[in-house]
Design a protein around this ligand. Structure first.
Ligand SMILES: Cc1cc2nc3c(=O)[nH]c(=O)nc-3n(C[C@H](O)[C@H](O)[C@H](O)COP(=O)(O)O)c2cc1C
Length: 215
């Protein structure tokens, strides 16, 4: 697959079928993930891939509770405000996120990256994104989620058998499966609006109103 196509169309693909993902594809995703850089090349990571249905059922309960907690705290009022102000993008994201919370048990694969001894906290995410790009190249949709680790970290670690007291922290739960929807170009605020040249506040000499890759 063309690199730009993967970069421009790897979206939060939450709605997936429960069709299993073959071990060879999981292997390819993980092999790509661990090629990514980490600070000092420390590779202070472990990855737990979960396909076991009964475990995913238990994770689904945790996920749904975590999502409810997020909505009762950090996201309180967000859906109502988005609806009231006609903010369709946020309404769409929240509906899609709600679908995942309601259907988590259908997801055929969840990958849990763990990291430790990384003061920046940054070393794990290149690998997570590589995992998602590799999945995309195999036609597998993914969604990076963090709500489980935010609200149910201890329960999650216990469920996955993470050894306590060793400093392992969950960075995400990446859901993965074959898409029910279509791949599409990610819509974002244009690059020239969020990029400054030479110093804060100074616009660059270029603009990019339309995406530079269009399929
Ligand atoms: C750090 C991070 C945390 C996220 N956490 C969640 C989450 O807990 N649940 C969820 O459904 N989506 C989560 N997302 C997905 C974002 O909502 C999604 O990437 C964003 O809306 C852009 O979607 P798009 O690429 O399809 O346009 C997370 C994404 C990132 C980068």
């Amino acid at each position: 697959m063309d690199l730009n196509e993967a970069l421009y169309t790897t979206r939060a693909m939450r709605r997936v079928s429960s069709d299993p993902i073959a071990d060879d594809v999981v292997r390819a995703m993980m092999d790509a993930a661990i090629r990514s850089p980490s600070g000092g090349n420390t590779q202070n990571w472990r990855w737990v891939t979960v396909t076991d249905r009964s475990k995913i059922d238990r994770l689904a309960v945790l996920y749904s509770d975590a999502w409810a907690e997020l909505n009762a705290t950090l996201y309180k009022g967000r859906a109502e405000t988005a609806k009231a102000t006609g903010d369709e993008t946020t309404v769409r994201v929240l509906n899609s996120a709600q679908w995942l919370a309601d259907n988590f048990e259908k997801v055929p694969l969840v990958v849990f990256p763990f990291h430790r001894n990384d003061p920046s906290g940054a070393s794990i995410y290149p690998g997570v994104w590589s995992l998602m790009l590799a999945a995309r190249s195999h036609g597998v949709g993914t969604c990076l989620t963090t709500v489980l680790g935010m609200f149910k970290h201890d329960e999650l670690c216990e469920l996955l058998g993470v050894p306590p007291g060793k400093g392992w922290t969950n960075a995400a739960a990446v859901t993965a499966g074959y898409p029910l929807g279509k791949w599409g170009l990610a819509e974002r605020a244009p690059a020239h609006r969020v990029t400054y040249a030479e110093e804060w506040g100074q616009p660059p000499t270029w603009t990019a109103d339309e995406p530079l890759w269009g399929g």
